[in-house]
Design a protein around this ligand. Structure first.
Ligand code: NAP
Length: 685
């Protein structure tokens, strides 16, 4: 039955004031939804995001936002079956919907885990190391990223109504920025269902998530320089939005993920009979048939050595003949329908344009248990270029199960042909020859957001040509939009402002939440290893006793570890060394002696030392040198509910001349006070 989709704005579900665009079931053609945004007050919608959603999200730490993403991801996995049922109306098979639904939830979970592991349990992100700007260390600068105070308007394409929305939502929320999602009209009914699940769960703070089904004409007029527009769709729409007068005049951040003519290159070494030749064929077939080729990353151009054109054409024709095309609800179906008949007509039009420079290799199939005159079905279509450099084959995106075979004459020609796509999201290079792989990869990298290299050794583990991953950049230069989504922390930074903060070490410590070199040290609290996580202040420090290093120490260490490097053990060779000029202590001995100086031996709040970071041996330590350690609490990260937090300690090992001989961060786990943050209550005496 046809539904009138609602939008979720200003904390309420809004029913459109007028009839909207009617979308149809991809297989049966019956009306599914009416979509319209009439009656929505876009000024109030953007204000609600900025004034209600933004402050709440920004008051949450990165870890709390990560927990929100995790909870929503888990919710969607628990409720996935209701989404799978609806997804069939988009023409998607169960496997296609898996990418959209479970893949989308996976992006939330992936970002949740990155947020917990790689971001501090605070709201400010320190980028890189501080820069010392004054010789005496009294003036520093640090780059700090803070949440922007605006809203992320997220305009999505029709082909991934769940995943496409979630890949944008995850980095925005993690950065503390509320979102307004605008799904593409043909599949908005699925995004609406997902947003309904999320809103009904009560997990999400008010104003953090709004949904506009239908046109957003007029919304962009309300944006300003703190806002962000993330667009996914065709290059033509991207070009229109990029030039929107408000976005241009107010420098609104704009990120576009547009279409691209992605290539896969069969290496010269991947001759018929090799595993790589078969891998290439399967990858092209998979990319043509998954989502019926409606993937922005799908392989549109298959570049193969001219001498192998016939072999590849035969292999593709054979493999495609085995693909079962039909009702997406049938589990044995491998390729379903396009999203609608309008879309199918667009693809047919694109194929007609391509035909001017191509011959047909395959363009027919058997449709199982469906009526292709009612549903939006299209046979997989393989074309073969008659002119490899014809503009149409490098510029016409047929957004369906369509791929063009293009012959090349040597690596330089393959690189030149790949570049004719004018910027793509991804390309695959398939060859058993490592040198050929490196030549092709470096030759095409500047035109691609991602290069996927496939050979027999990665056949079983490769994530595939068409799989964007939360940890990797999704986006590409030129025609592909010039934008970047995801890419781990890079995706989060799109929604944050980086500022260079200049000031004293104490001010920078207060701003960044990390003790800065030269900032005040508190040495009056006793041994800092006796303090619980909750009682440790940044800057809590100890200046240890001293210890003189002897030749005997060095020899004992060499014998017990087996490290007899000449600089420690061979008087003559060490004296001749341009670096040492005599025997020196092992760097690892210096670290061990330092630990002996700063460690508190009894059981206490410090539970474990789990590593060191940024270790440098700044100067040699000679027999007779006397070492002292400054150990200062540098950074604290609470592990919520774990009963402990992580503390990084700035360690400086200095010699009798106050020269730093070793500098590093000691990483420890420090218990909370009994009963705090899940820590065990203290035992009764
Ligand atoms: P589209 O026609 O460009 O539409 C994309 C989105 O823009 C839709 O939500 C659409 O809404 C909206 N839109 C259209 N005109 C607008 C305007 N003037 N102002 C504001 N919003 C506007 O693309 P599509 O047909 O949905 O998607 C297919 C295309 O997306 C393909 O070319 C594919 O390659 C590309 N794509 C790229 C990526 C990527 O990551 N690079 C991913 C998926 C798809 P309505 O539907 O309401 O018109």
């Amino acid at each position: 039955m046809m539904r009138t989709l609602e939008s979720h704005v200003c904390g309420f579900w809004h029913s459109p004031a007028a009839d909207g665009t009617v979308t149809h079931h991809a297989v049966t053609g019956v009306p599914v939804a009416s979509v319209s945004s009439t009656g929505i007050d876009f000024s109030a919608t953007t204000a609600y995001a900025r004034d209600v959603g933004g402050p709440t999200l920004r008051s949450m730490s990165f870890h709390e936002r990560a927990a929100l993403l995790k909870a929503v991801g888990q919710l969607l996995l628990a409720e996935k079956e209701s989404l799978y049922i609806l997804s069939t109306a988009t023409g998607a098979t169960r496997a296609d919907s898996w990418i959209d639904i479970e893949g989308g939830a996976g992006v939330l979970l992936g970002y949740a885990s990155k947020g917990r592991r790689e971001l501090p349990n605070g709201t400010v992100l320190l980028e890189g190391e501080p820069e010392v700007l004054a010789r005496d260390g009294s003036f520093l600068a640090a780059h700090v990223a803070t949440s922007r105070l605006g809203v992320a308007v997220q305009v999505n394409a029709f082909n991934f109504p769940i995943w496409g929305a979630l890949e944008k939502l995850a980095p925005a929320w993690l950065a503390g920025v509320p979102a307004i999602i605008k799904p593409a009209t043909p599949t908005a009914f699925l995004t609406e269902a997902m947003v309904r699940l999320i809103v009904d769960s009560g997990l999400v703070p008010d104003g953090a998530l709004q949904l506009v089904c239908g046109s957003v004409s007029g919304l962009l007029d309300h944006l300003d320089g703190q806002d962000h527009v993330a667009f996914t769709g065709s290059a033509d729409t991207a070009a229109v939005l990029r030039a929107h007068p408000t976005l241009v005049a107010r420098s609104v951040r704009f990120n576009a993920e547009a279409d691209s003519l992605n290539a896969a290159i069969l290496g010269i070494a991947a001759t018929p009979g090799t595993t790589e030749f078969d891998l290439f064929t399967s990858e092209v077939v998979r990319e043509m048939t998954v989502k019926a080729g409606q993937k922005c990353t799908a392989i549109r151009r298959a570049l193969v050595p001219a001498t192998q054109l016939d072999a590849v054409a035969d292999a593709l024709a054979t493999a495609l003949a085995d693909v079962r095309v039909g009702d997406p609800a049938d589990e044995s179906t491998q390729m379903g329908a396009l999203v609608g008949t309008t879309q199918r007509e667009e693809v047919r039009g694109a194929v007609m344009s391509l035909r001017s420079a191509t011959d047909v290799v395959v363009d027919a199939c058997t449709f199982h248990d469906v009526d292709p005159s009612v549903g939006a079905f299209l046979a997989p279509t393989v074309l073969r270029a008659t002119d490899p450099t014809a503009r149409s084959i490098h510029a016409t995106e047929a957004f369906g199960p369509v791929c063009t075979l293009i012959g090349y004459d040597g690596p330089d020609d393959a690189i030149r042909l790949a570049a004719l796509g004018a910027g793509s999201l991804v390309a695959s290079v398939v060859t058993p020859d490592v040198d050929e792989a490196a030549t092709l990869t470096l030759g095409i990298a500047a035109h691609h957001g991602r290069v996927h290299v496939l050979d027999a050794s990665t056949a079983a583990t490769s994530t595939g040509h068409g799989s964007p991953l939360p940890t990797l950049v999704h986006g590409g230069p030129g025609r592909a939009g010039g934008g970047e989504e995801m890419g781990g922390l890079r995706g989060i930074r799109h929604h944050m402002q980086t500022s260079a903060i200049q000031g004293s070490p104490d001010v920078l410590t207060a701003v960044t939440g990390q003790w800065m070199p030269g900032a005040t040290r508190h040495v009056d609290r006793g041994h800092p290893f006796k303090l619980h996580f909750d009682d440790l202040e940044l800057g809590t420090a100890i200046r240890t006793d001293s210890r003189t290093v002897t030749l005997e120490d060095i020899e004992d260490f060499a014998h017990s570890t087996g490290d007899h490097f000449y600089a420690h053990m061979d008087e003559q060779a060490a004296a001749a060394s341009p670096i040492f000029g005599g025997r020196v202590a092992h760097g690892y001995l210096v670290l061990s002696l330092a630990a002996g100086l700063f460690v508190w031996p009894d059981p206490g709040p410090v539970l474990a030392n789990y590593g060191i970071d940024r270790c440098r041996f700044a100067k040699p330590t000679y027999p007779g040198d006397t070492l002292t350690v400054w150990l200062t609490a540098k950074r604290k990260t609470l592990r919520t509910g774990a009963g402990y937090g992580e503390v990084a300690w700035d360690a400086q090992v200095v010699n009798q001349a106050a020269e730093v001989v070793a500098a590093y961060d000691v990483l420890t786990m420090v218990a909370n006070r009994p009963g705090v943050n899940g820590a065990a209550e203290s035992k009764p005496a």
